[in-house]
Design a protein around this ligand. Structure first.
Ligand SMILES: [Zn+2]
Length: 247
């Protein structure tokens, strides 16, 4: 989903709460951090480049960068997608739910020492690959300010939930709302993906209600969520692939 659509969707939901400007802007900047993480703290400076792979490469971001991996590989869970083709839906669901639980942990526990620590501290939850990535949790959240980090963690959760309702990220049943298949970006044509990188209008209200559930639980009730109830798959979900957006 384009950054502007993430911002628009998140703003619409947040507008129903009386939040200070600091909290509001913190969550909004977090809802685009999934696309910009580990690039720079000046997220506004890179957003004009960030979704163009060629310009990313030309300005020196190589294939092991967090951004690259979050779109073409191991960190695809940050966008509710599979890390490749042929992966069982339960495995992709588990990747995504682990990231959501980790971000929820950061929302409640981020402090200065966690922000400077290696992300490998959390490798058991997030899979072996993250242990090899040489970045700090503060880089992931594009900030070393722990108050902002907590708000951005929540924004990143909203991003993942929004992407799970995006047509070219997964196939959700129009009847049950359950996910039938996760797609893998490296199996897709980027042009086809982009054209359908939005929420089906029939699912918009359901998505908004789920975003409200996340915000109420984490910002109002200060409790925890079972994210497998949000990244909810049907019992006969198929393995990942490019879907109708395949190359
Ligand atoms: Zn995304």
């Amino acid at each position: 989903m384009l950054l502007s659509l993430h911002e628009e969707t998140t703003q619409k939901v947040l507008d129903e709460y009386k939040l200070t400007n600091y909290r509001y802007q913190g969550v909004i900047s977090g809802c685009v951090a999934n696309d910009l993480c580990a690039l720079t703290n000046e997220y506004s400076l890179v957003r004009k480049h960030a979704w163009k792979p060629n310009s990313i490469k030309s300005i020196g971001f190589l294939e092991d960068s967090t951004f690259y991996q979050s779109h073409w590989g191991e960190l695809s869970a940050l966008h509710s997608m599979a890390r490749g083709g042929g992966i069982a839906a339960v495995d992709t669901q588990s990747d995504i739910v682990s990231w959501l639980a980790f971000l929820e942990f950061l929302h409640y526990n981020a402090n200065k020492s966690i922000l400077v620590s290696e992300i490998s501290t959390f490798g058991t939850h997030l899979g072996g690959y993250v242990e090899e990535l040489d970045f700090r949790v503060g880089d992931l959240l594009d900030t070393m300010d722990y108050r902002l980090a907590r708000l951005r963690s929540l924004g990143m959760i909203l991003h993942i939930v929004e992407d799970s309702y995006t047509k070219s990220h997964c196939n959700r049943s129009m009847d049950s709302g359950l996910i039938n298949q996760f797609y893998a970006y490296n199996e897709q044509s980027s042009t086809k993906h982009r054209k359908s990188d939005k929420v089906n209008p029939r699912m918009q209200k359901v998505l908004e209600s789920r975003l409200h559930t996340v915000i109420k639980t984490l910002m109002i009730n200060n409790s925890k969520l079972d994210y497998s109830q949000i990244i909810d798959i049907s019992h006969d979900a198929t393995t990942s692939g490019g879907g109708p957006y395949a190359k």
